[in-house]
Design a binder for this molecule. Structure first.
Ligand SMILES: Nc1nc2c(c(=O)[nH]1)N[C@H]1C(S)=C(S)[C@@H](COP(=O)(O)OP(=O)(O)OC[C@H]3O[C@@H](n4cnc5c(=O)[nH]c(N)nc54)[C@H](O)[C@@H]3O)O[C@H]1N2
Ligand SMILES: Nc1nc2c(c(=O)[nH]1)N[C@H]1C(S)=C(S)[C@@H](COP(=O)(O)OP(=O)(O)OC[C@H]3O[C@@H](n4cnc5c(=O)[nH]c(N)nc54)[C@H](O)[C@@H]3O)O[C@H]1N2
Ligand SMILES: [Mo]
Length: 660
């Protein structure tokens, strides 16, 4: 038997999968999604590059396609300049591919590059960078079993990251208390010791501030840690003034005794971890909530040691890596700001390029909005499916129609690809080599097992060819992903020691920051990566309502569907078109379980099948996000991290179809 090690293609937990090269047998996956990986290899594949001719696509040779895209790009650059070109990067492609994509963008003269992190944990990265130094998970997953209390907020790992849910069960088996906060009795809520169901979405920051207040009132905070390792404590305590037991009860509709007892048991546990997900980040006030999460950890000194971690668990298998590599409009590789002159000069020397742009580019939704107004002339989409995954599908369709040159690289004929001018037939997992970075900052090498179908190629090879054909100054030819990783070792300080040779040998992967030796997997053991070496409390803002009295829509994930491109069977596929309605609300609205209802928001309407349940709060309806959900979400407003509101959408109507 010759087993090859592959990084799983799905979530950010980062499982290694093993494939027998001779038989193709897959082993080692930690969940049903992983076990079904091989179905992806055959599903709706694109076998050769396609060029649009009128309303149809026609197969073409690689040289024709590359030369044709390069010549269209040169024309656009000549007339409209680098700012008119935009890129959506790929959180399931390798680090090498994302590095090359952002290098391509920057050599074209554009910082308009973003990836799906924008719709995911962008706000977590923003707050963690500001408060602690690095925008990433602080501890390894395995550390969870050493936590004595675990707080899970707006996150459903039983569905999203099943191997992590197993760790939660192990921690519970060792006596840890599991506290879950959600607006819906999720699968994870069902395994919790304490479940707090919020009466409406978006109240998490208030609950966390109320818990902090209870800890302060009881004097349960960690004085030694606060004095030695933090800044801003006094201001923080002062900012908690509006959070009194009475105001907390009124705001949250939860008795103060409950809030205080949850806070107290979390504080007295001695070691605690906090995990959060999309229920936190895809909200207008998400920044406040993540700040409140960090404040709570600092208050108790639950950071920089075993069993005390902050876990914004990353969604896609390489979304961490796509960000590390600088597929972001404000950051060069390694989170060096585009405005940082010294960082730009270093890269210009390494790349032997012209001057790089110092202006931050457009974020993902801004790119779509700008394209919808005809301001983006060429759009490169690598391994994303914005037509289904971005808010307001109608706007996305308009953006794709209004852009002169749309290039989509995908392994299959995605909904977005059907709007492209050029479709790049991409190799996918197990058909290419490269490195991937999991949520715990662990970089893994993935080996090649199969040849791509037809004439499909890995994205790194496509980008190498395109960069050469476009004649970009500073571009060079790359003959292998290893060669790209060697350049990454030079360009990205936190990846300096993660060389191809070491990575290929390492059975478990290498964790960044790795500047020579990489052996510290818990961040901030000795100091924070901020200018002062201390962590910073953020001030709490006073509670604020939006005055909206109607229904609110949230979206969520199903265990048997993965993002927009996989449902494991037809039942799961049809389950993706339901809307959960609370039983009492259904009675009032005259909605019967199983019937079709029309849900409308300011941005669109959609017909879904009603599922009448007790598990969701009144006034809240929930739709799985995998299919039609984004035909009714909106592109504005964006929160402080430029993430759209993919949860907590204002609903203007929900009624049975027969009543129309
Ligand atoms: N099976 C499966 N696994 C996946 C994915 C998939 O599509 N399918 N996608 C992957 C990706 S890209 C990601 S980012 C992760 C995401 O994983 P999760 O973060 O778990 O994703 P969601 O199910 O969207 O949202 C989590 C929870 O937030 C709750 N929620 C909604 N609004 C609020 C609120 O205001 N407050 C609180 N406290 N809770 C709220 C929802 O009810 C839901 O239970 O999963 C990854 N893993
Ligand atoms: N309403 C609502 N919307 C959401 C969310 C939500 O909770 N609610 N969640 C958001 C989140 S957290 C995320 S991460 C985004 C995800 O948004 P996207 O990344 O746009 O969504 P995916 O469905 O993962 O799209 C991936 C595309 O890449 C293709 N692909 C797969 N493998 C490869 C490969 O190896 N190479 C190439 N070139 N292509 C490949 C797939 O076929 C698919 O078409 O969606 C966001 N949208
Ligand atoms: Mo995600």
């Amino acid at each position: 038997m010759s087993l090859l090690r592959i990084a799983c293609h799905f979530c950010g937990f980062g499982c290694y999968i093993y494939i027998d090269k001779e038989t193709g047998f897959v082993s080692g996956s930690g969940c049903a999604k992983g076990a079904s990986l091989s179905t992806l290899l055959n599903k709706d594949r694109v076998f050769a590059p396609l060029v649009r001719i009128g309303r149809r696509f026609s197969e073409a040779s690689w040289s024709t396609v590359i030369l044709s895209i390069a010549s269209e790009l040169r024309k656009v650059l000549k007339v409209y300049g680098g700012d008119s070109v935009a890129f959506l990067g790929c959180s399931k492609c390798s680090n090498e591919e994302n590095y090359l994509l952002q290098k391509f963008a920057r050599l074209v003269g554009s910082n308009n590059i973003d990836n799906s992190a924008r719709l995911c944990h962008a706000v977590s990265a923003k707050v963690l960078t500001k408060a602690l130094g690095f925008g990433a998970q602080t501890n390894p997953f395995e550390d969870l079993v050493y936590s004595k209390a675990i707080l899970v907020i707006g996150y459903n790992p039983v569905v999203s990251h099943p191997p992590l849910a197993s760790l939660l069960m192990r921690a519970r088996g060792r006596g840890a208390q599991l506290i879950v906060i959600d607006v819906r009795e999720s699968e994870t809520a069902r395994i919790a010791d304490v479940f707090i169901r919020l009466w409406r979405p978006g109240l998490d920051y208030a609950l966390l501030n109320c818990m902090a207040k209870a800890i302060v009132l009881k004097g349960l905070y960690n004085r030694g840690f606060i004095e030695k390792r933090t800044e801003g404590f006094e201001e923080f305590v002062k900012s908690l003034e509006p959070y009194t037991p009475a105001s907390c009860e009124e705001l949250l509709n939860i008795p103060w005794s409950t809030i205080a007892s949850v806070a107290e048991s979390f504080a007295l546990a001695g070691s605690g971890s906090i995990l959060w997900g999309m229920g936190v980040t895809q909200q207008l006030l998400a920044e406040r909530t993540v700040e409140a999460i960090v404040n709570l950890a600092l208050l108790l000194g639950y950071i920089g040691k075993k069993g005390c971690g902050l876990y914004p668990v990353r969604g896609q298998n390489n979304v961490q890596g796509a960000c590390d590599m600088g597929a972001l409009p404000e950051f060069l590789p390694g989170y060096l700001r585009v405005g940082d002159e010294e960082a730009r000069r270093r890269l210009e020397r390494l790349w032997n390029s012209d001057e790089l742009s110092a202006e931050p580019g457009l974020t993902a939704i801004e790119i779509i909005e700008s394209a919808s107004r005809g301001k983006i002339r060429a759009l490169f989409i690598v391994g994303e499916n914005p037509l289904l995954s971005y808010p307001n599908s109608e706007l996305v369709a308009k953006a794709l129609r209004n852009t002169e040159v749309v290039v989509v690289s995908d392994a299959r004929l995605s909904e977005t690809a059907s709007y492209a001018d050029y479709i790049i037939a991409a190799a996918t997992w197990a058909e290419k080599e490269g490195s991937y970075t999991s949520s715990e900052r662990r970089v893994m090498w993935s080996f090649k097992v199969f040849n791509p179908p037809g004439s499909a190629v890995p994205d790194w090879l496509f980008l190498t060819m395109l960069g050469e054909a476009a004649g970009l100054r500073g571009w060079r030819r790359y003959d292998s992903p290893e060669e790209v990783l060697r350049e990454i070792n030079e360009a990205v300080p936190i990846y300096r020691g993660i060389t191809p040779e070491r990575l290929k040998e390492s059975e478990s992967g290498l964790t960044w920051p790795c500047n020579g030796v990489c052996n510290s997997s818990v961040l901030y053991v000795n100091g924070f990566a901020t200018a002062s070496g201390k962590a910073r409390f953020s001030s709490a803002s006073a509670p604020a309502g939006d005055g909206f009295k109607g229904f609110r829509l949230i979206t969520f994930r199903l265990s048997e569907c993965y993002n927009t491109y996989l449902c494991l069977n037809s039942e799961a596929y049809s389950e993706a078109s339901i809307v959960l309605v609370n039983r009492l609300d259904a009675e009032e609205l005259g909605i019967i379980d199983g019937e079709k209802v029309l849900v409308s928001t300011p941005c669109g309407e959609v017909v879904l099948r009603a599922r009448v349940v007790d598990s969701i709060s009144r006034g809240v309806v929930a739709v799985p996000w995998h299919r039609e959900a984004n035909s009714i979400t909106c592109e504005e407003p964006l929160n402080n991290a430029k993430t759209p509101l993919l949860k907590n959408v204002k609903v203007v109507g929900i009624r049975p179809l027969k009543a129309l």
